[in-house]
Design a protein around this ligand. Structure first.
Ligand SMILES: [Cu+2]
Length: 304
């Protein structure tokens, strides 16, 4: 009857159905009794009101029964909620960072991803961090909804029990583009997960900074990073490849290493890539520092 997308589906759905069921029962029966009394005791049928003096049995009953009922509903809710705050010791750790308007996930080993990829049937603790305002870590299929509060170390945990992609949303209105703040939770078999995490980029090796150096200096107007030809050759898969260039009128092959990238930036007319015009790219000597060249090179290495 209940899905097994996470270990909390059963507890949450049970509480929801029981509390919802009682509410529906009382809504229908009280409304029914009210209508019945309105008809039965209306002024024409019952012109003189009947006075009733206290009835101890009735009063004790209508006090005790609702108390028991409300306590039972609390118990059912607590049963579903309590395990959500008890993280198993062997849970793997991931950090979810919410910021306007994007989710990012940090894995051990300083790795980072836009998709929350997790192995099936393994408990995971998700540390919840916010960089700016309050966001809400909400995975409806897992019955999980927990706030990401700036300055507070909140967490969530669960055991995924079903392969596939699940929606991750932000449940706290966090600004204009709040509705774009979604991501995917991808549950995969353990071996697929191991492959994926091994291939995941280590962050902080300046790859993103390298990209912004290219962006700031207008390189991307002439060079794509996705393989398509613009004014100049694409920078995709350039690093480490063999390029055919013309140097002083003679064509030869050259390996695209650190030295070549640096020369291409400082002295673009020295080795001109075959099929591309000379003199279009200007020299960036004096505009781009050695450090920036290193950042660019580091970034190009990641453009496989
Ligand atoms: Cu948000």
């Amino acid at each position: 009857m209940f899905s097994n997308a996470s270990n909390f589906v059963h507890g949450v759905d049970k509480a929801f159905l029981i509390i919802g069921g009682f509410s529906l029962f009382f809504l229908v029966s009280f409304t029914g009794i009210m209508i019945y009394f309105v008809v039965k005791y209306n002024r024409k049928r019952n012109p003189k009101a009947t006075q009733i003096k206290d009835n101890t049995l009735l009063e004790v009953t209508w006090t005790t029964l609702p108390i028991l009922l409300v306590l039972y509903m609390f118990y059912v809710g607590w049963q579903g909620f309590f395990p959500m705050r008890q993280v198993p010791k062997d849970a793997m750790q991931v950090t979810a960072i919410g910021q306007m308007w994007k989710w990012k996930f940090e894995y051990p080993g300083n790795k980072e991803s836009d998709t929350l990829v997790l192995p099936i049937n393994r408990p995971v603790k998700v540390n919840l961090v916010s960089k700016d305002v309050i966001h809400g870590f909400f995975v409806p299929a897992f019955r999980i909804k927990e706030d990401c509060v700036p300055g507070k170390n909140n967490f969530s945990w669960f055991i995924p029990g079903q392969l596939g992609d699940f929606d991750l949303l932000c449940s706290a209105y966090c600004g204009v583009n709040h509705s774009y703040m979604s991501a995917v939770v991808r549950i995969v078999p353990q071996d697929k997960y191991d492959e994926w995490i091994a291939a995941l980029q280590v962050k902080g090796n300046d790859t993103n900074i390298g990209h912004s150096v290219l962006d700031k200096n207008g390189c991307l107007a002439c060079h794509s990073i996705d393989g398509s030809k613009l004014v100049g050759p694409s920078l995709k898969s350039l690093y480490g490849s063999t390029v055919e260039v013309k140097t002083n009128g003679t064509t030869h092959k050259i390996s695209a290493d650190d030295e070549y990238i640096k020369n291409s930036i400082y002295d673009p007319d020295k080795d001109v890539v075959t099929g591309y015009p000379q003199g279009v790219m200007k020299s960036y000597k004096g505009t781009i520092t050695d450090k920036d060249v290193q950042l660019i090179t580091g970034y190009l290495k990641t453009l496989k």
